[in-house]
Design a protein around this ligand. Structure first.
Ligand code: GSH
Length: 83
């Protein structure tokens, strides 16, 4: 991996067909994540769940969206996910 031993970059991860799942309706901060993924051309699945729904609370104790599922990792802040 170029640049050392850190987290793989998005293009490198595309090579193994990594698919992210984005949880949250688009008329929310979830839009930031969808916008970045579309801009990068990355594959993703979208689950348009509402904030504070049971599905979201199962993933985020505070019931907030967006949530991104990335393999075994769960990310819960739109700006962190976008980076
Ligand atoms: N800093 C978080 C804030 C997430 C957030 O507050 N999302 C709103 C929807 S845009 C939410 O889920 N609110 C539910 C609540 O606060 O109960 C982020 O940027 O992802």
């Amino acid at each position: 991996m170029p640049g050392g031993s850190g987290r793989p970059s998005a293009p490198e991860r595309m090579g193994d067909q990594t698919t992210h799942a984005v949880v949250g309706v688009a008329d929310s901060r979830t839009f930031r994540v969808l916008w970045v993924l579309e801009g990068l051309g990355l594959p993703y699945a979208h689950r348009p769940e509402r904030q504070q729904s049971m599905a979201v609370r199962a993933l985020h104790p505070a019931g907030k969206i967006p949530v991104m599922l990335d393999g075994d990792n769960t990310l819960t802040d739109s700006t962190a996910i976008a980076q």
